[in-house]
Design a protein around this ligand. Structure first.
Ligand SMILES: [Fe+2]
Length: 183
């Protein structure tokens, strides 16, 4: 994964996800959510069990986040069906990139920016902390971590530069398309 440098988030690569999983499993013990899928835990614990939700949410977000990136990703070569949908619902790829990055820049403090499918339509959104579109009735197909830990080593406080690098050079459009076809 070192090939992703210098534009990929470095610090949280494995350590964050591993500690979230261990801690999350402890929080899960003895709750009504034992044995449920990660998506069910995220949706079910939202607003009810904050420690469990924060862990499960961030676990879900990061699991996908690693697949939402690849070396030499981003750019304009999208699977056709997805590109058509982005044009229909979001006004084209260039506008999508601008609006998606703006959502990330506009998220005050820690959080995520998203591309999701809701009621058959694509939408861009942002969420605070470990929250994600699952809890708002949408299915995320692309997300970017805008917690400061994801970019400060390479970008200091320049979140806009990190987001531009993400859309221009990192997005794994094949994985986005895979989630899109299941959404
Ligand atoms: Fe993160």
């Amino acid at each position: 994964m070192t090939r992703l440098r210098p534009i990929c988030p470095r610090k949280p690569w494995n350590t964050t996800t591993t500690s979230i999983t261990r801690h999350g499993n402890n929080l899960l013990k003895g709750t009504e959510f034992e044995g449920k899928s990660l998506e069910e835990i995220v949706k079910g614990s939202f607003g009810k069990n904050a420690p469990l939700f924060n862990n499960a949410g961030q676990h879900y977000n990061h699991l996908h986040f690693w697949s939402w990136m690849k070396p030499n990703g981003g750019g304009d070569k999208l699977p056709g069906r997805l590109e058509k949908k982005i044009t229909e619902d979001l006004g084209g790829l260039e506008k999508f990139k601008t609006d998606f990055a703006a959502a990330g820049v506009g998220q005050f403090g820690s959080g995520w920016a998203w591309l999701s499918v809701k009621n058959g339509k694509l939408e861009i959104s942002k969420t605070p902390n470990g929250e994600n579109p699952l809890v708002h009735g949408a299915t995320p197909i692309l997300g970017v971590d805008v917690w400061e830990h994801s970019y400060y080593i390479d970008y200091r406080n320049r979140r806009p530069d990190y987001l531009k690098a993400f859309v221009d050079h990192l997005v794994n459009w094949e994985y986005v398309d895979q989630l899109f076809s299941k959404a």
